[in-house]
Design a protein around this ligand. Structure first.
Ligand SMILES: [Zn+2]
Length: 279
């Protein structure tokens, strides 16, 4: 049983403020450690249930948050920011199940803590085949394209509930509930880790029992991005296959989800670089 774990930071227990997840800020060092321990809880649950291999992908900001020296030594870590599949780098290497740890609601989804979609500074909304998408949905589409189901989602209650609607058989571990984008009611990290480990065990059992199925997005797939400014939409038209459908909105239609995702991901990178006019 090979397990892939994508870890984000905004949905880690205790996190309620932007400064807690930004490198260079004082509180960041505390919360990156808690992020690492929450990833460990998922790794340990997978191992408890008999997983043979676990790969952890750091999926937040610069993607160098997880403390490799404190990660469970049974796991291997994907760390670093230059990636073709974003938070799911390496998912194409063959896994039986994927977990999402520390995930959060999409921008504007509801009052989820630090709700945003991938690059919160520049992205207002992402739609996949017309449906507003959170990171869990976008990333599950990638996993699904490689035949990998989503077994566990932990983080903000809102993202967990969305996941339950979309991913058949998924096990959830909500560790906090947003009262506002910057306020939440949260489990303590210790309780969150107990819950995540227990739910990770259940998720492996569910995988083995055949209760899960990969989340496959209908193809051809349409990605649409509403940016917060016009400049990213303008500069994304550098790529063939990107259509600017309104001053702030681009559209990509591809026959293959992974190709579509890569073009979308490239647009976000160019979008971020062009947002402040620094290209
Ligand atoms: Zn993040």
């Amino acid at each position: 049983m090979r397990v892939y774990i994508s870890v984000d930071m905004e949905g880690i227990s205790g996190v309620v403020a932007g400064k807690q997840v930004q490198s260079g800020e004082k509180d960041y060092e505390r919360f990156r450690r808690l992020m690492t321990l929450e990833a460990n809880a998922a790794v340990e649950g997978a191992l408890d249930a008999g997983a043979s291999e676990v790969v952890v992908s750091d999926g937040h900001g610069p993607m160098t948050n997880l403390l490799v020296e404190e990660l469970d030594p049974a796991a291997r870590l994907i760390s670093g920011s230059n990636r073709l599949l974003g938070q799911m780098e390496g998912i194409d290497r063959g896994f039986d199940v994927a977990f999402f740890v520390g995930y959060h609601q999409r921008e504007g989804g509801n009052d989820g803590v630090l709700n945003h979609t991938l690059l919160g500074k520049i992205v207002y909304e992402v739609r996949v085949n017309g449906e507003p998408a959170d990171e869990a949905m976008i990333n599950a589409g990638l996993a699904g394209a490689f035949g990998v189901p989503i077994g566990l989602v932990t983080g903000d209650r809102g993202v967990c509930e969305e996941a339950q609607k979309r991913f058949r058989g998924v096990v959830i571990a909500p560790v906090k509930e947003g009262l506002d984008r910057f306020t939440g009611i949260t489990l303590t990290p210790e309780k969150a880790r107990v819950l995540i480990r227990e739910k990770a065990v259940q998720a492996i059992h569910a995988t083995r029992a055949g209760l899960l199925s990969p989340y496959r997005v209908e193809e051809p797939v349409t990605f649409e991005v509403d940016f917060k400014r016009t400049s990213p939409a303008h500069m994304c038209t550098l790529f063939p296959g990107v259509e600017r459908v309104s001053p702030r909105t681009i559209r990509i239609i591809e026959h293959d989800y992974v190709r579509g995702f890569k073009l979308f991901w490239g647009c976000l990178i160019v979008g971020a670089a062009s947002f402040e006019g620094i290209l």
